[in-house]
Write a protein that binds this ligand. Structure first.
Ligand code: NAP
Length: 252
């Protein structure tokens, strides 16, 4: 059977974190050439080397998603050295433990810069290259918190993730007839190295599990599988849609 991303160049942001790491491993196993990007270029190169040693094809490049010049440079470099881009996964995102009252201009700007502006810049700069490369797919990682109010906290994170959900639909319509599909993935509570460290033994962890109908946290590989579906031709008639990977959280 043909691998699901053969002949595709896939750029993933925030790719050395919990979910991003699972996505690049899944993509490499499906024969994509993976561009592993994150803020720490050394770590990106390490992950790319691991993927290459395991028989995949990967390059590691530093990319701060808030920086428009950095996007231009990475997209140019990838377009030239790898012959184009077929898949973009806007995965980088950050949260701060604020609420509507404790949010400051500083935390607001910081969270929106990475989590909202970074997604727009990625689409703006990689979208045209995807179109010129013969079409492809953009997957924006939003969250259940882009759709519902959650615990009434992480105010700027909700603002940014809600914007990611709607920017996705708007961009999907913009490119609908031009071969570029755009969809969002909405993870629920996913177990990552960071969430394990933050929540182990806390009442928040119990609340997350208790509020998830399936009664457990999600795994990073389960999010990667959803991203893979939207990145591959199996979703060729899917654009502007939102795919929840949340154990039933938003079904209530
Ligand atoms: P993570 O482990 O913290 O990974 C995020 C990655 O993004 C990290 O490697 C981080 O680097 C990087 N990053 C931070 N600022 C960046 C910037 N300016 N430019 C480029 N990369 C940057 O988080 P995760 O849990 O895997 O989350 C991945 C995505 O899924 C995020 O968009 C998150 O909001 C979303 N999500 C996660 C969950 C969950 O339960 N884990 C649920 C719903 C949605 P540093 O570590 O150096 O900061």
């Amino acid at each position: 059977m043909k691998a699901r991303l053969s002949g595709r160049v896939a750029l993933v942001t925030g790719a050395t974190g919990g979910i991003g790491d699972a996505v690049v491993r899944r993509f490499a196993a499906e024969d994509a050439t993976v561009v592993v990007t994150d803020v720490d270029p050394g770590r990106c190169q390490e992950v790319a080397e691991e993927l290459t040693k395991a028989g995949g094809r990967a390059v590691g490049l530093g990319l701060d998603v808030t920086d428009e010049r950095a996007w231009e440079s990475v997209v140019n470099e990838v377009g030239t050295s790898l012959g184009g881009i077929s898949v973009l996964v806007n995965n980088a995102g950050i949260a701060r433990m604020t609420d509507v009252e404790t949010e400051t201009l500083e935390t607001w700007e910081e969270v929106l810069a990475v989590t909202q502006r970074g997604v727009w810049l990625g689409m703006k700069h990689a979208g045209p290259v995807i179109e010129r490369s013969g079409g492809g797919s953009i997957v924006n990682v939003s969250s259940i918190f882009g759709t519902v109010g959650g615990f009434g906290g992480q105010f700027s994170y909700h603002a940014a993730k809600g914007a990611v959900r709607l920017m996705t639909k708007n961009a999907a319509l913009h490119w609908a007839t031009r071969g570029v599909r755009v969809n969002s993935v909405h993870p629920g509570f996913i177990e990552t190295p960071l969430s394990r460290k933050l929540w182990r033994g806390t009442s928040r962890l119990d609340a997350m599990i208790g509020n998830t109908p399936m009664g457990r946290l999600g795994r990073t590989g389960e999010v990667a599988d959803a991203v893979l579906f939207l990145a591959s031709d199996e979703s060729s008639f899917v654009t502007g849609s939102e795919l929840y990977v949340d154990g039933g959280y938003t079904a209530r």
